[in-house]
Design a protein around this ligand. Structure first.
Ligand code: 8X3
Length: 251
């Protein structure tokens, strides 16, 4: 049985990935900060698919705690086939010269530094076993900056560069690296970005049918289930009425 490790699994794209992999017979290592949410999800997946889950409750930004929990995985959970580096967020939508330092730190610490730590803790064992797949959740925002989003866009550009660098560093191994770059996905992404302002968040998806977490999970699973000689390096996935990070047709 294959094992997938998903960070930020308690909601949105992470939760959708958990469902998708569970439906396809994987067992799950699920990480998030909120224990109750993970318990709810794992109970649900146990009932629905008889899925086994191991819950790792920690904030991905806490490097030492992440290290401790990953190093101390029970023996039978050590063989991770797929790592989905999903935990990430946007905070604020402001001009670069007016942004909030705390928002910037949280985005940089989560989207870049934590993704790096988790990769650093999980990948060496994959290399040793000669098997594994790292799937990073990037964004169309990493392809080009958009107004008021410079820091978020920069973190996602970093996810692209880190994915490319890891792919280069693993080219002499059977491991694969994928960067999934979603466009407009309706999850709690915008509510988080606007610090809980639901109305402002709703406006982001007004007049357009956005993608769902399930749409992105389909892409993640597509990459994970490709034959071993096929490395899906990147997938850019947009809503049909979205042409780029900045061009959206609204009805
Ligand atoms: C999410 C896509 O365009 O809302 O990363 O920044 S966007």
């Amino acid at each position: 049985m294959k094992t997938v490790f998903i960070t930020g699994a308690s909601s949105g794209i992470g939760m959708a990935c958990a469902r998708k992999f569970a439906a396809n017979g994987y067992r799950l290592i699920l990480n998030a900060r909120r224990k109750e949410k993970l318990e709810e999800l794992s109970e649900c997946l146990k009932k629905e698919y008889n899925t086994e889950s191991l819950l790792l409750v920690f904030d991905v930004r806490e490097r030492e705690e992440a290290k401790r929990q990953i190093e101390n995985l029970p023996q039978e959970w050590n063989d991770i086939d797929v790592l989905v580096n999903n935990a990430g967020l946007a905070l604020g939508l402001e001009k670069e010269y007016e942004g909030d330092f705390a928002d910037w730190d949280t985005m940089i610490d989560t989207n870049i530094k934590a993704l790096l730590s988790i990769t650093r803790f999980v990948v060496p064992a994959m290399v040793k076993r000669g098997k594994g797949h790292i799937i990073n959740i990037g964004s169309v925002a990493g392809d080009a900056a958009y107004a008021n989003g410079a820091v978020y866009c920069a973190t996602k550009a970093a996810v692209k560069t880190l994915s490319d660098g890891l792919r280069i560093d693993l080219a002499d191994t059977p491991l694969r690296v994928t960067n999934i770059k979603p466009g407009l996905v309706e999850t709690n992404f915008s509510v988080t970005r606007f610090h809980g302002d639901q109305q402002r968040a709703d406006n982001v998806y007004k007049g357009i049918k956005p993608l769902t977490g399930d749409d992105i999970a389909d892409c993640v699973y597509f990459a994970a289930s490709a034959p071993a000689h096929v490395q899906i390096a990147e997938i850019l996935v947009l809503a049909t009425h979205q042409a780029s990070g900045t061009i959206v047709y609204r009805e």
